[in-house]
Design a protein around this ligand. Structure first.
Ligand SMILES: Cc1ncc(COP(=O)(O)O)c(C=O)c1O
Length: 375
């Protein structure tokens, strides 16, 4: 059996190696490293895949969030609500821009933003919501959009972990993750469901004005060459990364299907286990399993150590909630307002999840987890 990895990018690469190698050499030969034809082509191919009017490629998923917020004309002190249980990038950009991040608790089953907590956190200073489609499935976008309409708020979907997922509204309308709010953002970090071979990101919107604005912001606030209308940033997807993404995008649905198949294997093996709660799949969203995250009744850290000793990597996403991080704790947060997150940080463990897991590996992982509880 091949060594088990949390994410196996090497084996995936071998399957597309001839195409990748040829294309990368072509890009080098063309010298069109920045804003070249590969970037433009990827942009329109992703627009088509997502069925969204505008894709704005950029440097990474954090920049994507930052540029999205910069385009909304928010004022210092305006409040932006997001989930306490997510990667720090989501909240980092809010504070970096002088806005006020307001963290709220998540659901105990799907780990996405809790709608009641979200509604309770709205004040007359709230301007935007950033729902995070955590671990591969969408937040309750029907409720988020209803709240946004009711309170006249912007919605920026953080889709870094859920590209290719979709969401079905009660009227049957189906939309891809990242295309429901005013703006969606994603990351092409190598381990993401659609990952490049370095840093990369993109912003999505159906709004022509926001798209125009964000195209300028990512390019030094420049709408006409050497005329800088506003303070922008330099955030670009380079041609090599775009070339890799163009080769991988046609495989995305198949990659996500492989992740779902691995998740099915895990689900079956752990079904009805008294110490293990398998990930809940929302009925309104297709789970693309960026992570396969269990909730454990028992000594989660000892399980992680046990698995490591058996050469099975397992990760804790996330060990410290954002409201307890020095950078984001404004002194007003109270653990009692985050009962779910405070439990999750001691219960969750993510098992290896990628496109290349074999049945042998999955069998070994699941038997090892069960062995821990039988010992
Ligand atoms: C939920 C979430 N948002 C944003 C990001 C930031 O993406 P990047 O690393 O490309 O800046 C990540 C990356 O891990 C993420 O998981």
């Amino acid at each position: 059996m091949q060594k088990i990895q949390m994410v196996d990018l090497g084996t995936q690469y071998l399957k597309i190696k001839p195409e990748i190698d040829k294309k990368l050499l072509e890009v080098v030969g063309s010298s069109a490293f920045i804003n070249g034809p590969e970037v433009k082509a990827f942009q329109s191919e992703l627009e088509e895949y997502l069925d969204v009017k505008h894709v704005i490629p950029c440097g990474n998923g954090t920049d994507a969030l930052q540029v999205a917020l910069m385009s909304l004309d928010l004022q210092p002190g305006d409040e932006v609500i997001t989930a306490d249980f997510t990667f720090a990038a989501t909240v980092e950009v809010i504070d970096l821009l002088g806005l006020k991040s307001v963290l709220v608790d998540v659901n105990p089953d799907d780990f996405t933003i809790n709608i009641e907590a979200l509604e309770n956190a709205i004040t007359d200073k709230t301007r935007a919501i950033i729902p995070v489609h955590l671990f591969g499935q969408c937040a309750n976008m029907n409720a988020v959009m209803d709240i946004a309409v009711k309170h006249d708020l912007f919605v920026v979907e953080d889709t870094a972990q859920a590209i290719g997922s979709d969401y079905t509204f009660p009227d049957g309308t189906k939309r891809k993750a990242g295309t429901m709010g005013n703006i969606g953002t994603t990351s092409f970090f190598p381990s993401k469901n659609l990952g490049c071979y370095g840093d990369g990101g993109a912003i999505f919107t159906n709004d022509d004005d926001l798209a125009h604005r964000m195209r300028g912001i990512v390019n030094h606030g420049m709408y006409k060459r050497y005329y800088h209308d506003e303070v922008g940033v330099n955030s670009r997807l380079d041609s090599m990364q775009a070339a890799v993404l163009r080769i991988k995008l046609p495989h995305l649905d198949e990659y996500n299907a492989r992740r779902r198949a691995a998740a099915n294997f895990y689900d079956t093996a752990f079904k009805d286990h008294p110490n293990i709660q398998t990930p809940h799949r929302r009925e309104d969203s297709k789970h693309v399993f960026h992570q396969y995250t269990l909730k454990i009744a028992g000594d989660r850290n000892a399980l992680q150590k046990f698995l490591m000793e058996k050469e099975i990597p397992a990760m804790i996403y996330y060990p410290v909630p954002l409201h307890k991080q020095k950078a984001y704790d404004d002194g007003n947060y109270n653990d009692a307002d985050f009962p779910v997150t405070m439990n999750l940080i001691d219960q969750v463990i993510s098992l290896p999840m990628h496109t290349e897991l074999t049945d042998d590996q999955l069998h070994y992982i699941t038997e090892s987890v069960k062995e821990f509880f039988n010992a």
